[in-house]
Design a protein around this ligand. Structure first.
Ligand code: ADP
Length: 466
């Protein structure tokens, strides 16, 4: 076959190779056609990349000292040895040596063959460099893909509103919670770059960032599952609430007990008039009512927890119930200098548990009085009632300290006390509203709260008449 034809065949072959070894097999094939080599080695930085025949290694001593020279010239060189020649053919790209072919021949190649060898080494160099580049790109991609896929964060890239890339975690999250895509889209629209999404049993923390890749804008989204962090946070909060609750209840029990003890001791040890004894006994009685109130709350709470809280409905005049609850809290209202306003012209009949509804009213009124604002000249609690055929609406409004907006949705939680300094100086267990809500709901009613911090608070109870 003509050398020209051999070269075309070689070019066709190397255009199809996908790894270095295949390239060297093709190269040794064509070299066999234009030289009479006995052994061929491909070396790079002293290591043998390929040899033919297999494991036939040419003695380094024969050529080693000439390698730098060949590397500099980048041109095939043949050195005489005892019974033939050692040829050194550099494979290069530009000025960079990629590997060197060492072969032994019995004849020295002609100048024309040397030129062909140079051409071959140039063509092989081009292919070799490409193969190495592809290999480098593959390995780099594999490296970064492995890191991205091992990440605990979901990483998603959006391009023109569509998902262009997502790592394994990102795909898992999208599959498990497809709803977050809509959430992400909305937040991106609102220019929110950091937000948390609460899903059933799962909390996700999401951050988004505008980036430019290949000259085009994209959105990089990082999704982190923070459920366990949130759970720990919740447990800590529960722990704090528990500690506060125990401290509150102990305090609540201790205050009346101390008073009862002190007054009883005085009665026992100090000579007193009948009038004084009556006065002291009244205080003892009031303090024991307080104790009873706390114990009732605790009892109700335990029934609420065990779902054994019961209601007994009977026809009831609501005005009467409200008036009685006002009487109950009257001493507290006097103590806090709070005026209670309530006008009931017509009786309102409803079917309910009289005692429990009174308990609700006492609770709401007690709170309205306790959380009145010391700095306001006129402290007022107003009760209003409206009714139609089916429902009664009771509104208890005060002009007290109010409730911060971010605490509003928590105040019906058990043990919860809005965490303002003031709360600690006001007695309470944080159980009242949880019990109130339960009782209202047991009547198929609703209770809502509205408030403006520092200005007013309004509790609205709606009860069905029958
Ligand atoms: P407690 O009164 O024992 O603290 P509650 O369950 O009755 O417990 O109330 C929970 C919390 O709600 C209170 O600690 C207080 O922070 C807030 N709160 C309730 N009613 C009012 C009100 N009328 N004005 C201001 N804050 C209130």
């Amino acid at each position: 076959m003509e050398v020209q034809q051999l070269l075309s065949k070689y070019m066709l072959e190397i255009s199809k190779v996908s790894d270095e070894k295949s390239l060297y097999i093709a190269l040794s094939g064509i070299l066999r056609r234009i030289t009479d080599y006995q052994t061929l080695n491909v070396i790079s930085q002293s290591s043998i990349l390929y040899s033919e025949p297999v494991n036939d290694i040419i003695d380094e001593a024969l050529f080693m000292e000439y390698l730098p020279w060949v590397e500099e010239r980048l041109y095939p060189t043949f050195l005489p040895k005892d019974d033939g020649y050692v040829g050194l053919i550099p494979i290069f790209k530009g000025k960079k040596l990629l590997s060197t072919i060492v072969l032994t021949t019995s004849d020295e190649p002609t100048a024309e063959v040397i030129d062909y060898l140079q051409l071959l080494s140039y063509l092989s160099g081009l292919t070799l460099e490409n193969l190495r580049l592809i290999d480098f790109v593959d390995k780099t991609r594999e490296y970064f893909e492995t890191i991205l896929n091992l990440s605990n964060d979901g990483i998603i890239v959006f391009y023109q509103g569509e998902i262009e890339f997502s790592n394994v975690k990102g795909s898992e999250i999208i599959e498990d919670y497809p709803i977050i895509l809509q959430e992400i889209e909305e937040k991106i629209g609102d220019n929110e770059t950091f937000f948390e999404v609460e899903l059933p049993n799962t909390f996700l923390s999401i951050s988004t960032k505008e980036i430019e890749l290949q000259g085009e804008p994209r959105i990089l989204v990082d999704v982190r599952n923070i459920t366990s962090e949130k759970e720990v946070e919740k447990l800590r909060e529960v722990d704090k609430i528990k500690t506060n609750f125990i401290a509150n209840v102990s305090h609540e029990l201790k205050t009346p007990l101390t008073a009862i003890k002190a007054y009883t001791e005085t009665i026992m040890n100090v000579p007193m008039t009948q009038e004084e004894i009556r006065e002291f006994s009244e205080t003892i009685y009031n303090q024991s009512l307080k104790l009873e109130g706390i114990l009732n709350d605790l009892l109700d709470f335990s029934q609420l927890e065990s779902h054994t809280l019961k209601i007994l409905k009977e026809p009831t005049d609501l005005c009467e119930v409200v008036n009685r609850s006002i009487l109950t809290v009257n001493h507290l209202a006097v103590h806090y200098d709070v005026k209670i306003e309530f006008d009931c012209n017509n009786s309102i009949e409803i079917n309910c548990d009289k005692k429990r509804i009174e308990q609700i009213m006492v609770n709401l009124l007690t709170n309205a009085i306790k959380f009145s604002d010391k700095n306001k000249k006129q402290k007022i609690v107003r009760i209003e009632m409206e009714n139609d055929d089916k429902t009664v609406k009771i509104v208890v409004e005060d002009n007290g300290v109010g409730i911060p907006a971010d605490k509003l949705d928590r105040i019906f939680d058990k043990f919860y006390r809005a965490d303002i300094e003031l709360t600690y100086s006001i007695p309470g267990t944080g159980l009242g509203l949880a019990i109130v809500k339960e009782i209202v709901e047991m009547h198929n009613g609703t209770i809502t709260v509205e408030s403006r911090e520092g200005e007013w608070t309004r509790f609205i109870v709606q009860l069905p008449k029958s």
